[in-house]
Design a protein around this ligand. Structure first.
Ligand SMILES: Nc1nc2c(c(=O)[nH]1)N[C@H]1C(S)=C(S)[C@@H](COP(=O)(O)O)O[C@H]1N2
Ligand SMILES: [Mo]
Length: 216
């Protein structure tokens, strides 16, 4: 939708006028890579995704089974807490909402939060409604191609905003775990890696919820 020949500043003015640029953010035309720790080199033959916790039945999908699940694609604006936003990013993968509505995952009525567990112990937490919204995806592809290794191949969570801002809630991009290996449904909330390190638990970019104010 945005013309790629426009300069960065012109593109930024355009999204700002469309009310798509959250406070304190600036537009990037690149795709920065950010994470803590090393990049895992996953063997797909060993890979699985485990669904556990407050669910009627625990589920484990290997790569082949995961790729048979219903798929969807979504275009979103993504907002990193380090102040870059990237617009009209195209992701393909599996929607958690679809998995729940079609009975592939059966959360118990007690399930209120979900923790994403990633390789090397990275975790991030969201309310169940957020991870089940249309603006959250379990993504295998970015821009028509399998994810780059450094962006989370083979599977990552992605959270963003729609161009028309029709989503009810969103969060900064760290709430999408790269190299995702499990989803834990929980009755109580459990702060993840950055959330324990002082980042805001809700992380709404429109409210600039970057850091928890615990030391002010
Ligand atoms: N497994 C894992 N996922 C992660 C992180 C991490 O350190 N480990 N960092 C998060 C943060 S802080 C951000 S901003 C985004 C960055 O995603 P990108 O590298 O694709 O831009 O990934 C998130 N997911
Ligand atoms: Mo981040």
């Amino acid at each position: 939708m945005l013309n790629r020949v426009l300069g960065r500043r012109e593109e930024e003015d355009k999204v700002k006028n469309m009310n798509r640029l959250p406070p304190g953010q600036s537009l990037t035309q690149k795709f920065p890579v950010l994470h803590y720790g090393p990049i895992p080199h996953t063997d797909l033959a060993q890979w699985d995704l485990r669904i556990f916790g407050e669910v009627e039945e625990e589920v484990v999908w290997n790569w082949e089974a995961f790729n048979k699940l219903p798929r969807t694609q979504v275009t979103m604006d993504i907002h990193c807490v380090t102040r870059w936003s990237k617009f009209d990013t195209l992701w393909a993968g599996v929607s958690l909402k679809t998995l729940v509505t079609e009975g592939f995952i059966k959360p118990k009525s007690t399930a209120k939060y979900v923790v994403q567990h990633c390789e090397y112990g990275y975790t991030t937490n969201t309310p169940l409604e957020l991870i089940m919204a249309d603006n959250f995806l379990l993504a295998t592809h970015y821009d028509g191609q399998p994810l780059d290794l450094e962006h989370g191949w083979p599977l990552r969570g992605v959270i963003g905003s729609f161009a028309d801002r029709s989503e009810e809630q969103t969060a900064y991009f760290w709430k999408g775990g790269k190299w995702l290996r499990a989803l834990e449904f929980r009755a109580d909330d459990q702060p993840g890696f950055w959330e324990r390190a002082g980042y805001h638990n809700e992380a709404d970019p429109w409210a600039e919820q970057r850091f928890a104010n615990r030391w002010f």
